[in-house]
Design a protein around this ligand. Structure first.
Ligand code: SF4
Length: 286
């Protein structure tokens, strides 16, 4: 049976450092704050071979050579494990030296972690949306039990990983950040923890209308820092400085109308927004 997944877009980072993010659509969570176009199964259905062909052609078109740094994101990249593992194996054959996965951790059990370890996956970005299960279930529709377990497993098997949380005023607030930091510190004080600033503009439902101020983000950082050795925080101001972030997206032709809305919002909230895009058809017929 041919393995297939829908791909809404691929991001080709040009600056500060070349890197490709492969966006695999469909997700096993239903986060109230989700603005990812890839939450639903959307975009072009591509087999592993078709996706690799698109990647190689896009790299040639944009960089003039194949890339060495690839990250899987979504949606949830682990939802079709065979597809993901097959892609990673073939990328290794193409001499891609750095491979990372951004995941909500729900399917990151022992067997998958061991497979990823054997393939020398270089890093995992693990979202831990909330510490208290009641809040996690309300926010995502699922328990966080497997995600908490995934942190322990990743640590036990020595995969390079860090944990991320979005600070959402009155929803995922200081109390949740503190509990997450405390939980991580009990596993390993050296785990890197990154706190991101919520952007209400992207979200269609009104879970929170406020963006946490820089001052509150700094406070959250300090709360987490009292438990962990490595904490970072990102806001719309700090995330894009000091190096300008520039990328080109290769978008599924079927979704161009949907991208218009996202581009309009991004222009409003991100200073110097400069998004260029090509379409999959443009690449494949070039
Ligand atoms: S895990 Fe990510 S892609 Fe899935 S619903 Fe939550 S925010 Fe959206």
């Amino acid at each position: 049976m041919t393995l297939c997944r829908r791909v809404p877009f691929l991001t080709f980072v040009v600056s500060p450092k070349r890197k490709v993010k492969i966006n695999l659509s469909g997700c096993n969570f239903d986060c109230r704050g989700c603005f990812a176009i890839a939450k639903q199964e959307v975009g072009r259905a591509l087999s592993v071979e078709e996706l690799l062909n698109l990647l190689i052609k896009s790299c040639q078109f944009i960089y003039g050579e194949m890339i060495e740094d690839v990250q899987f994101t979504g949606g949830e990249p682990t939802m079709n494990t065979d597809y993901l593992l097959s892609l990673i194996r073939q990328l290794r054959e193409l001499q891609v030296s750095k491979i990372g996965i951004s995941t909500n951790g729900h399917l990151l059990g022992k067997d998958l972690v061991k497979e990823l370890r054997s393939l020398d996956v270089n890093y995992i970005k693990l979202d831990l949306k909330a510490y208290h299960d009641k809040i996690h279930k309300w926010y995502t529709g699922e328990s966080n039990a497997k995600v908490l377990k995934a942190v322990e497993i990743l640590n036990r098997y020595g995969l390079n990983f860090y944990v991320r949380t979005i600070f959402i005023p009155d929803v995922i607030d200081f109390g949740e950040i503190e509990e997450i930091a405390r939980f991580l510190s009990k596993i390993n004080k050296g785990i890197t923890y990154k706190i991101y600033q919520f952007s209400p503009e992207y979200v269609k439902n009104n879970i929170s209308k406020r963006r946490p101020t820089e001052k509150k983000m700094l406070k959250a950082f300090n709360v987490a820092r009292s438990y962990l050795d490595h904490v970072e925080f990102y806001t719309t101001n700090t995330a894009y400085k000091p190096d300008p972030y520039k990328c080109i997206e290769v978008r599924s032709d079927e979704l161009l109308e949907d991208f218009k809305r996202i581009d309009e919002i991004s222009k409003l909230i991100i200073k110097d927004w400069d998004m260029q895009y090509l379409t999959m058809n443009q690449i494949l017929t070039s």
